[in-house]
Design a binder for this molecule. Structure first.
Ligand SMILES: *Cc1c(COP(=O)(O)O)cnc(C)c1O
Length: 387
């Protein structure tokens, strides 16, 4: 009986989603070393992938991963604090700290786990969290777990943040300000210098999520570099699963904060360490990111070429959104592009605000200029037919 109610509950929820054009389905997708993606037995060029540098298939990285797997096995065998702290972690954390210019780094199982782990260690129920309203879902999840007073400010609005700091800061013990460095659905960059200055002035801690910055902007160093200057953002988290091409998350910070996080973050303590092959892959990928500036700069150059061709403003990152309003036109556009041989997934609410369904196009060093130009022509057809 109760099993039947459960089934009805699920069906009704799904029917609501379907009626609002929000039903999602998993589609099998094979990504190949050639840069080609296969779906439904068709070969597509993907503009929907976060593997910005094509490193997930880089032969040296695959080799490093296989070698570590042979040496240490496929799984970690325990959490890092018990028996899963493979010697490769020290190398990986040192590389991350060097690239980000911090004293130390802590590696987590994923970016999501990093955010839900770090935020509750630094803020609790006597504290205030102020966050950009377009922050990634896992920053909101971390803020919720912290049980702090959480107030979001409108996207990149530093005057509004100033007002909130003036009004509320004094009533709370600690204050954490959260932002994406590069916003995942819009590709624009946070006003890091101004945010840092405000945090200094009001005794607040700035935490940036650089998932889409590391490896693709500022010669790979990410969003804390502004006009060539390193802003000493005290808490810089990110992921190893985008430009780095592997899997995992990290926080780059001071030695003391890193030690506190290793002691207190629950999503660090109560979860298994990363597979050793994955740690070795990330180390090798970061080596390539540090050395090969031409590779690292290619995704943004492609994005700029595309934006110019279709008449959009110059992008600040390799993410270029094409806003189409409702979910329906976004889905139709994605279908059309698939017929033309391109994979671009329609991003719909609640991932993005209502009325801002979009094609989120991401550019990769695996694309050729010819790929970018053919893709630009297809997008122009969509934009013209919408006018
Ligand atoms: C992808 C993403 C994450 C999550 O990282 P994972 O390693 O995939 O869990 C966090 N923040 C932002 C902004 C992201 O785009």
């Amino acid at each position: 009986m109760s099993e039947e109610f459960l089934r009805i509950f699920a069906r009704e929820k799904l029917a609501t989603l379907k009626s609002r054009g929000l039903l999602r389905a998993l589609r099998e997708t094979e990504r190949h070393a050639t840069g080609i993606t296969r779906r439904n037995h068709r070969e597509l060029i993907s503009f929907s992938c976060n593997d910005y540098l094509g490193l997930s298939h880089h032969p040296d990285i695959v080799k490093a991963s296989l070698q570590a797997t042979r040496q240490y096995g496929v799984g970690a065998g325990g959490s890092r604090l018990i028996s899963g702290n493979n010697p490769l972690y020290a190398h990986l954390e040192a590389s991350l700290a060097r690239i980000k210019g911090t004293e130390d780094a802590v590696v987590f199982g994923s970016g999501y786990l990093a955010n839900v782990g770090v935020i509750p260690v630094l803020a609790g129920n006597e504290d205030l969290i102020l966050m950009d309203d377009l922050c990634h879902a896992c920053l909101f999840a971390g803020a919720t777990l912290a049980r702090s007073r959480v107030i979001s400010f409108s996207h990149k609005n530093t005057s509004e943040l100033t007002r909130l700091l003036k009004k509320y800061r004094k009533s709370y013990r600690h204050c954490l300000v959260l932002t994406d460095g590069v916003f995942s659905m819009d590709g624009d960059r946070a006003p890091i210098s101004k945010l840092f200055e405000l945090c200094e002035h009001h005794n607040a801690w700035l935490m940036t999520d650089d998932a889409h910055g590391l490896g693709v902007i500022e010669n790979g160093h990410g969003s804390s570099i502004v006009n060539g200057h390193a802003i000493p953002v005290p808490l810089q988290m990110g992921t190893l699963s985008k430009a780095v091409g592997a899997y995992g998350g990290y926080l780059c910070t001071s030695k003391d904060v890193a030690d506190l996080i290793r002691n207190r973050a629950r999503s660090f303590q109560y979860t298994t360490g990363l597979p050793p092959g994955n740690i070795a892959a990330a180390i090798k990928a970061l080596e390539i990111i540090e050395m090969d500036h031409q590779l690292v700069n290619t995704p943004l150059i492609h994005a700029q070429r595309f934006a110019k061709a279709v008449g959009l403003p110059e992008p600040e990152s390799p993410i270029v959104p094409i806003l189409l309003g409702d979910s329906e036109p976004a889905l139709l556009a994605a279908q059309y592009l698939e017929q033309q041989g391109f994979l671009v997934v329609a991003i719909r609410p609640p991932t993005v605000p209502d009325g801002t369904a979009r094609l989120r196009c991401t550019f990769s060093a695996s694309h050729t200029e010819n790929d970018v130009d053919r893709f630009s022509s297809a997008i122009k057809k969509i934009l013209n037919s919408n006018e």
